[in-house]
Ligand binder design. Structure first.
Ligand code: F3S
Length: 387
């Protein structure tokens, strides 16, 4: 792999031992994947932030690093709302460990936005090279924005943040961004919501694995695309998808899909993913809610009181920018938490069954929280939480 003079100096230890170690990691990764060189990145997004997922070993490894990010770098959700963790029922012991993790990331110069939707906070442009690691954020950046990132692991995204570069392979190369499976959706409803797209993503992710699907027969909004990508990234390993005449690269590149393997999914198959499992709590905001999604939740609550715990998750800045809407949601008894989520926080482990409108939440809640999961449209989630 070609290394320029700066790369060589970092590798020789001229910019400190941490950057030397992390450069070794990036060069090793690039060598394995056949990268011809390293390229500069516009930003990094770093997973491996919740103490629940990284534990003491992760904290120890992070604590051994001594350098600061040289590009804008945002942290993924951590295990608790950093201000309201007591309200979430988080133990003081967990909170202390989580605060240690956050302190280390702050020292490394990582912005503590603690969100999987960094695209709501900072401008990320078409064609930008990124090193993002949370799988739904990766899928959104590649597919909806047309930026270019591989599905990084937490350590390689952090290495890229501290060095400012990433190996040039995989989805950074235009030739690797072509679709390789066609998905034809039949009888899609006129304006299906996020729960519908989450269920579609659950099905398609299972079918296509790590392929690049090209969808036809749907007209999703940006929030629908977010739900669809997150679910496919969870049940499969999709890092990029295209939707005919909707996502940006379908308008830039003349994709020919005639010869591709084709999967057909009907609306009836999508809706069969929904169930009527009895639940103890309802959780929304996986990925973190946009301002529009918060407004929709407030509208659906319509002044009613919750009868079951209703958790909503969003980035702190999105919550602050929509304070009136958040206040309306919380007047119902629901709680809107920042910095964390239904999967990476231990808070939801106390429930045996949880309802969500998120295909990704539906896929991960059983393994990560030990809860049975029920997937449904947001309207049904609100009805369940207030019935
Ligand atoms: Fe985000 Fe947590 Fe879901 S990181 S995509 S809200 S599992």
């Amino acid at each position: 792999m070609y290394l320029d003079r700066d790369d060589e100096l970092i590798l020789a230890g001229e910019f400190g031992e941490t950057r030397q170690r992390l450069m070794e990691l990036l060069v090793g990764l690039g060598t394995v994947y056949g990268a011809e060189r390293l390229i500069p990145i516009a930003s990094a997004q770093i997973s491996g932030a919740s103490y629940k997922t990284i534990g003491d070993w992760g904290l120890q490894w992070l604590s051994s690093l001594d350098a600061r990010a040289v590009v804008p770098a945002v942290l993924n959700p951590v295990g608790m709302d950093l201000e309201r963790w007591q309200e979430m029922g988080i133990s003081a012991e967990f909170a202390r460990k989580q605060e240690d993790v956050v302190r280390v990331y702050r020292r490394l110069g990582i912005r503590l936005e603690c969100t999987c939707t960094p695209y709501y906070l900072a401008l990320t442009n078409y064609g930008d090279h990124l090193a993002w690691s949370e799988s739904s954020a990766v899928c959104y950046a590649n597919s909806v924005i047309g930026a270019r990132t591989n599905r990084e692991g937490g350590p390689s995204a952090l290495a890229a943040a501290l060095v400012g570069r990433t190996p040039y392979y995989g989805l950074h190369l235009v030739r690797n961004r072509r679709p390789n499976v066609a998905v034809r959706v039949e009888d899609a409803p006129e304006a299906p919501g996020d729960g519908w797209f989450g269920a579609l993503g659950v099905l398609v992710g299972r079918e296509v694995g790590a392929k690049i699907p090209f969808f036809s027969g749907i007209r999703p909004t940006r929030d629908n695309l977010k739900s669809l990508g997150a679910a496919m990234a969870a049940t499969g390993a999709v890092a990029l998808f295209h939707v005919d005449r909707i996502t940006p690269e379908t308008r830039v590149f003349p994709f020919e899909t005639g010869d591709l393997e084709t999967i057909t999914v009907t609306a009836a198959e999508v809706e069969a993913v929904w169930s009527d499992l009895p639940v103890e709590a309802v959780a929304l905001g996986c990925p973190h809610c946009s301002g529009e999604e918060l407004a929709r939740i407030a509208f659906l609550l319509d002044g009613r009181r919750t009868t079951k715990p209703l958790y909503v998750f969003a980035a702190r800045r999105v919550i602050q920018e929509h304070a009136d809407v958040v206040a309306a949601i919380e007047r119902s008894g629901a709680r809107v938490f920042a910095d964390t989520c239904m999967v990476v926080s231990p808070a939801l482990e106390r429930y045996g069954a949880i309802m969500t409108n998120s295909g990704k939440g539906f896929a991960y809640l059983p393994g990560m929280c030990g809860a049975e999961a029920r997937l449904a449209p947001v309207e049904d989630c609100i009805a369940e939480a207030t019935s």
